[in-house]
Design a protein around this ligand. Structure first.
Ligand code: KG4
Ligand code: ZN
Length: 337
């Protein structure tokens, strides 16, 4: 069995996965959403302190499997350095005490494997990953070969939902709040720009759209002066512009890539409005659409454990001293907020 740990942002999660059967024997997660909601985004230092409490709590139920473990898997990148470290410290301690190897897991690869929890992998596959930290189209050829075909040049999809929700005083995380409000809204009420509509670049950008939303809120004299209907209409119009942007760029990729299987993964892939739009696009391009069950869309240790099974078979095993948290400049600046 493999014990897997996820703490890259604001979820403390641990899973136990059986290697031979891929069965998920234990999975628990504590989300910190309520604690961060008052700040309108994740506060890294607070997240780190909450993992110190959350991780040992979710570990309790996994302890009965301790002597059956063959490895400990842990997310070591990308994410918030201070929260990744909490998971890594716990992973190193367990691996050292049990004298078993560590499997470092790239969080985004984990999201791709959310599709395969308790299942066989489907590859090659074209994947659109939309999370709080990233927007990427990835061509997944095999466990070892995953190529990024397009990425965001500024705010990710989840991040833009979070920032727009914050501007409207809605709370955190913004995605589910905006999706819910948008249901009662008129998506044609506000004429928001579809980002990069006339650009030949195959990339994603949402900061301009976010700014357009900010200006609409200003015209309405701030979010405190907006009616519930104004908010619903603005949420619906924003969500529509995000959809049109994603679809426009995805179409260009679909036209070039012959891979039949397509998947939407990451926290924002829980959005049913976006899922529905991609179902239609896949029908148009004769592709088969895949999504993970809603419980595995946002950050969780089950997907980390599923990736770790393949890593185990590939022999991607390390001693505790060899594994470090890896952060890029953006993450060092803690710009997940
Ligand atoms: O994958 P995830 O749990 O964490 C990262 O790896 O970043 O994604 C979290 C993000 C948040 O920004 C949240 O607002 C967004 O996913 N999200 C949604 C929805 N549910 C969660 N965005 C749009 N619509 C949703 N229904
Ligand atoms: Zn994630």
């Amino acid at each position: 069995m493999i014990l897997s740990i996820e703490s890259s942002c604001d979820d403390s999660s641990i899973a136990i996965t059986e290697i031979a059967t891929k069965k998920l024997l234990y999975h628990k997660k504590i989300s910190q959403e309520a604690e961060h909601s008052v700040y309108g985004g994740v506060v890294p230092e607070l997240a780190s302190r909450l993992h110190v409490i959350g991780l040992p709590e979710v570990l309790k139920g996994a302890l009965v499997y301790l002597n059956k473990l063959k490895a400990v898997a842990v997310t070591n990148q990308p994410g918030l350095a201070v929260t990744l470290n909490e998971g890594l410290m716990m992973a190193k301690t367990i691996a050292t005490l049990q004298n078993i190897p560590l499997i470092p897991v790239h969080h985004l690869k984990g999201h791709i494997y959310s599709l395969f929890v308790e299942k066989e992998v489907i590859m090659p596959m074209l994947v659109l990953l939309i999370s709080g930290g990233h927007t990427q189209v990835i061509r997944v050829e095999s466990f070892e070969h995953m190529e990024i075909l397009a990425s965001s040049i500024d705010d990710s999809v989840g991040e833009s939902f979070d920032k727009v929700a914050k501007m409207m005083g809605l709370g955190y995380p913004g995605g589910p709040l905006i999706e819910a409000l948008a249901k009662a809204g008129d998506e044609d009420k506000f004429n928001l720009p579809v980002p990069m509509r006339n650009s030949p670049l195959i990339a994603f950008s949402l900061s301009g759209l976010k700014n357009a939303v900010r200006l609409e809120i200003k015209k309405l004299r701030g979010h405190t002066q907006m009616s519930k209907q104004d908010k619903s209409d603005l949420c619906a119009s924003f969500q529509k512009a995000v959809k049109l942007h994603l679809l426009q760029k995805s179409k260009k990729i679909f036209a070039k890539e012959s891979i039949k299987d397509f998947a939407l993964v990451g926290g924002a892939s829980a959005n049913l409005y976006l899922r529905d739009a991609y179902e239609k696009l896949c029908n148009e391009f004769n592709k088969k659409m895949h999504t993970a069950p809603l419980e595995y869309c946002s950050d969780n240790a089950a997907m980390i454990g599923r990736y770790a099974i393949d890593a185990y078979y590939y022999g991607a095993l390390y001693t505790p001293n060899e594994v470090k948290v890896k952060v890029t400049k953006k993450q060092q600046n803690n710009t997940l907020l």
